[in-house]
Design a protein around this ligand. Structure first.
Ligand code: N01
Length: 578
């Protein structure tokens, strides 16, 4: 590698989604030169790629938007409670224009390799278009759900019609009018697109392996009361959103237990939340995420709602989740999903009863029969959280490869840095609350932390920072501690890496909540970047290896303590009682 033909920048940001956009804005404000490289031809990340019919946000738009600029917040008006993809992309474009971000962005550029050069204390970065960069800081804003899984099927190349992936949807759109369409998958992408495709196509066949829980969005214009709650005090509203576990307002009740509530009161509460829509039902009872019996109560309520929406009891039974507790896979939010199965032009195929054997020229053969199609849609998910990072040939100190460092699952400190990879930051990386939260609030918190850190390093003669191996190990243990008391590890979810064959099983996001996490990050800084080693060449400026900023034990209702203690003990995270 010849460093002379490299483009020299202070910071290279990979990805022009909301994370990369705000990171660039923030670094500019701090006087740090930054360039963004982006594989797509425009900004927007998730909302650039996922253009499938029905794609929309499932956190209320009032909360799923940037809060860093008061005027931006005042000037932008969302048309609907849950904005559709096209509007979210317009918003991303608007932000890029408003802050003149594109002049430091390079589109159609995918990073292929990044190697740390210890002597120079810099990253050398290669791209698929030949451009090479030499940067002090490498910031991976590559997204948690940006790389589709490699799912394929025998004979797929023999199918004579088009095969679309929801996450790589043609920009010109697809017209399914008069067509027989098959869709594989029943996750959020499928659940959003199925009602729309069913309305266009002559016939739609849904291939389902695992049914998911879905709650109604009740989408429409933003209700006056919601808008007023926001407009009367946008700053306070945002602060309240960020001061929650999920980064959005959910009326969570940490003291309310389904197991201690009378059945009529449970129903009243669940009905009220179902009528409100979206994720609100998740906040109803503190024990539903921990106690299987409490979870069953919510499950039974949703199962009843599915039966009420689906005319055929057999189809309703097939659509009802059986293999995982409510909330342990990411629940979906839909508009008319279950009722779509009442349409005469929609059929549901249970892949457990009749698995796919092969694709062929006409369509898809299962063990039961042949299904002929004009087009097939794969809504088969993502190599979540690590996929985009794993695909870069990333090498840290002494050539340490990220895929070796992560051979048993992704290890990070705070989801922000990786031991052995100095000056490399991940925005909403594994080990941070990320996908368990309102992403935009998590992104803002990470970007602000990183910008503050780089400004701090700049004041120390451009020092380098690296997570210590001890702090990383400690943080990984804490990530496990945070999730072990819950039911979350019980599902074969993409949170666990379970949807990618061969991927190590490890619960990747931090389940301790965004508010708790934000406070931990604040304390780490207040203690002089504890857990990080800060160097200038060979001179060590600070070296506080341990991570001690553990959050205090949350106030847990006493009734839940036995289950929590049992799980922590079984996982070896707590000594067994004598
Ligand atoms: O992917 P998924 P997604 N044969 O992994 C099935 C976010 N998101 O793109 O569960 C047959 O959830 C698979 O079946 P199974 C959100 O965080 C948000 O829908 O493995 N089926 C499953 O049904 C979401 O959770 C929004 O048995 C196969 C489906 O494909 C995340 O993205 C919208 C198969 C994949 O579901 C991922 O959602 C969309 C095979 N070989 C997405 N392989 C918003 O609303 C996989 N499947 C903001």
């Amino acid at each position: 590698m010849h460093s002379t033909d490299r483009i020299v920048v202070d910071a290279l940001i990979v990805g022009a989604g909301f994370a990369g956009m705000y990171m660039l804005h923030k670094l500019r404000a701090a006087g740090i030169g930054a360039t963004v490289v982006e594989a797509g031809s425009g900004v927007g990340g998730t909302w650039y790629w996922n253009r499938y019919p029905g794609a929309r946000v499932d956190i209320q738009s009032l909360e799923y938007s940037f809060g860093f600029d008061e005027q931006l917040e005042q000037d932008w008006r969302w048309s609907e409670r849950y904005a559709p993809q096209a509007e979210l992309l317009r918003y991303a474009d608007h932000v890029a224009d408003r802050f003149d971000l594109r002049r430091d962005m390079r589109f159609g550029v995918r990073v292929t390799a990044a190697h740390w050069h210890e002597a120079a204390q810099r990253w050398h970065v290669e791209t698929d278009v030949g451009a090479r960069y030499d940067c002090r800081y490498l910031i991976l804003a590559t997204g948690c759900l940006s790389i589709p899984t490699d799912v394929t099927f025998p004979g797929i190349e023999d199918f004579q019609g088009p095969v679309y992936r929801t996450s790589r949807w043609p920009h010109e759109g697809v017209d399914f009018a008069g067509q027989r369409v098959g869709i594989i998958g029943t996750g959020s992408s499928a659940i959003q697109s199925i009602p729309i495709i069913a309305g266009q196509a002559e016939h739609l066949t849904v291939f389902q392996r695992t049914p998911n829980y879905s709650m109604p969005a009740h989408n429409g214009p933003i209700p006056d009361e919601d808008f007023q709650a926001w407009a009367s005090d946008p700053r306070g509203y945002r602060a309240r959103s960020r001061d929650t576990g999920g980064g959005f307002q959910n009326e969570a009740r940490p003291d309310a237990l389904a197991m201690a509530t009378a059945p009529d009161d449970i129903r009243t509460e669940l009905e009220r939340r179902w009528a409100w829509g979206g994720f609100r039902i998740l906040g109803a009872f503190a024990d539903s995420g921990i106690d299987p019996e409490a979870n069953r109560i919510v499950h039974d309520f949703i199962a009843e709602k599915i039966r009420a929406q689906v005319a055929d009891p057999e189809v309703a039974a097939l659509l009802t989740p059986k293999d995982h507790p409510f909330g342990t896979k990411r629940p979906c939010v839909d508009t008319g999903y279950y009722a779509t199965f009442n349409r005469p032009n929609v059929a549901l195929v249970d892949l457990h009863a009749a698995p796919i054997t092969t694709f062929n020229a006409g369509g898809i053969a299962t063990t039961a029969r042949q299904h002929d199609f004009d087009a097939i849609v794969l809504a088969t998910g993502f190599d979540a959280m690590t996929g985009a990072i794993d695909r870069i040939d990333l090498r840290g100190i002494d050539g340490l490869q990220i895929k070796d460092h992560w051979a048993e699952g992704p290890r990070t400190y705070l989801g922000l840095m990786v031991a052995g990879f100095p000056n490399m930051f991940t925005i909403t990386g594994p080990g941070s609350p990320s996908v368990l939260t309102n992403m935009i609030n998590s992104i803002e918190q990470h970007v602000e932390w990183i910008a503050q850190c780089l400004a701090w390093l700049g004041q120390r003669q451009q020092a380098s920072i690296e997570a210590s191996a001890e702090a990383e190990a400690d943080w990984c243990r804490h990530v496990t501690e945070a999730v072990t008391p819950t039911l979350l590890p019980q599902a074969n979810s993409w949170y666990m890496g379970a949807n990618v064959p061969g991927k190590p099983r490890m619960f990747m996001p931090y389940a301790g909540g965004l508010n708790t996490y934000t406070e931990i990050c604040r304390q780490v800084v207040a203690k002089g970047y504890e857990g990080f080693v800060v160097k200038n060449g060979d001179a060590v400026l600070s070296d506080s290896r341990a991570f001690t900023s553990h959050p205090p034990m949350p106030d847990i209702p006493a009734a839940l303590l036995p289950i929590i203690i049992e799980r922590l003990t079984a996982a070896g995270l707590m000594p067994a009682a004598e």
